[in-house]
Design a protein around this ligand. Structure first.
Ligand code: BG6
Length: 481
């Protein structure tokens, strides 16, 4: 079986500043630099962001490798902590401007479209220490000053801007599950941070619309969508799945595309006395400044069942899990290294949802990928990682994406996480996702089998599905890689 995509399709990959550049010549630490400085034991194998994949020093060679694996578009992010000198005034750092200028030019020289994101979880640590980071609306305004400098210095060449990557992860990782800085457990703060992030995105879009001079320029947001599937058809499980969808997906989807938060969610947050502080003027900005296009990060679905605790229990601190519980569906297909379910069919459901409920806005898969640990297990005698599992993973997701496109969904591209194995927050270098491997002791980078394969896919716009994989046409769900 062959899947043919159109000739304009984006074949790319995504990374971020904090995860690839290394700390070289940065005036400010971001919160992860600081977290590593103070608690290195919380990072896998004690590996921090100091070198990452050395992109600051080796971006020319790295971009040449990206070209070699056929990427026609690449997302990275500008680090606020690198570009800005005086955080209150928003003045720029000369070396920061030079560096990002050269990176953008190098992408363009290689015919790679740079997709530029303004925040991939990172914020200068001083802004957290002084103002509580995203808990503060003053920080929202400082972020807009930083965005203004990005548009001013790079807007002549960058066409595709992104305001945030995965804002819900800043909320849930930082304020609920304690997997990201500041590692708090505070439902009320989580809710306010969610609102402030949406406000920051809308204010940034407002500024972009006022200042952008590039006729093709556009701005979007990247959301990690986790379609919620109820454990059973019972009413309680279905209600739980609806809430999980409201909280994890619709909060930012509705606000970013429709300019309004979902009413059902507002009612619940109000009833529970945790609703964010807002003003009429802010809601107007959110309403009037919706995105031009959407990036969807998809890794795994969310299997949901009724909550374990009752939402009437006043003794319990507010958490979205008052309304649902995760469900470990028996027999589901897992990537055991990352402990994430593999369920490619969800991409079709996402495509359908965007088409039917979000005005068929133009969108692309901005991250998808398979994190595998100890990939040296798969080295062949020539030193190439034989990552057939990744090739199959990508192909299966593209199979379902293609089905969504055939039904009319307005998807224009696919980006894998990530071009070159990069550092990943507290998981550091545990799981590798790249088309290109990185030996973190020597920084020697080597193309994996999937990289050579992707080059052919990108050049031909076509995927060949071997007959033995036919099973995924039947929505089969038990196979393990
Ligand atoms: C994505 C993030 O959700 O997951 C990336 O945007 C991250 O920043 C990636 O690196 C993989 O995460 P992990 O924890 O599996 O290394």
């Amino acid at each position: 079986m062959e899947l043919q995509f159109n000739s304009e399709f984006w074949w790319g990959a995504a990374t971020s500043g904090p995860q690839s550049e290394g700390r070289f010549h940065k005036k400010h630490a971001n919160q992860y630099d600081y977290w590593y400085e103070t608690k290195p034991e919380e990072f896998y194998n004690y590996v921090g962001p100091d070198t990452a994949s050395n992109f600051y020093n080796s971006f020319k060679e790295d971009i040449a490798l990206m070209k070699e694996v056929g990427l026609n578009s690449v997302r990275t992010s500008i680090q606020w902590s690198r570009l800005i000198d005086d955080l209150e005034e928003g003045t720029v750092n000369e070396d920061g401007v030079r560096f990002y200028n050269e990176v953008i030019d190098e992408f363009l020289k290689n015919n790679i479209r740079p997709i530029v994101n303004l925040c991939h979880f990172d914020i200068p640590i001083e802004l957290y220490q002084k103002y509580g980071g995203w808990e503060s609306k003053y920080v929202v305004d400082l972020y807009v000053k930083f965005a203004a400098q990005c548009f001013r210095f790079f807007g002549d060449r960058v066409v595709d801007w992104i305001t945030f990557n995965e804002p819900i992860v800043i909320v849930s990782g930082g304020y609920l599950s304690q997997s990201h800085f500041p590692k708090l457990k505070d439902g009320k703060k989580a809710v306010q941070v969610a609102y402030n992030l949406q406000l920051a995105s809308a204010k940034c879009i407002e500024l972009f619309r006022k200042t952008n001079k590039n006729p093709n320029g556009r701005i979007g947001i990247i959301l990690n969508l986790t379609p919620s599937y109820p454990a059973t058809n019972n009413e309680e499980d279905q209600k739980a799945a609806q809430f999980a969808d409201l909280w994890a997906n619709r909060l930012f989807l509705d606000a970013s595309i429709k300019g309004e938060f979902p009413e059902e969610l507002l009612q619940i947050l109000k009833k529970d006395n945790v609703l964010w502080k807002t003003t009429y003027e802010e809601l107007k900005i959110i309403k009037e400044n919706t995105i031009d296009y959407l990036g969807v990060n998809y890794y795994h679905p969310h299997r949901v069942q009724k909550p374990a605790v009752s939402s009437n229990s006043l003794a319990i601190e507010w958490t979205p899990e008052l309304y649902y519980n995760d469900y470990d569906m028996p027999g589901r297909r897992m990537n055991m290294d990352r402990n994430w379910e593999i369920y490619p069919q969800a991409i079709y459901d996402i495509a359908k949802n965007i088409k039917e409920n979000y005005g068929n806005i133009p969108w692309f898969v901005s991250e998808n990928g398979m994190g595998v640990s100890r990939e040296e297990r798969f080295l062949d005698e020539k030193g190439v990682i034989q990552d057939d599992y990744r090739i199959q993973y990508i192909s299966e997701h593209l199979y379902w994406l293609k089905k969504g496109i055939e039904k009319g969904s307005n998807c224009f591209g696919y980006h894998m996480w990530t071009p070159i194995d990069c550092w990943s927050w507290s998981n550091a270098y545990k799981n590798r996702y790249g088309f290109i491997s990185n030996n973190i002791s020597t920084q020697i980078k080597t193309i994996k089998k999937s990289g050579y394969w992707f080059k052919e896919v990108a050049e031909s716009g076509m995927i060949r599905m071997p007959d033995e994989w036919k099973s995924f046409e039947k929505l089969e769900n038990k196979k393990t890689i």
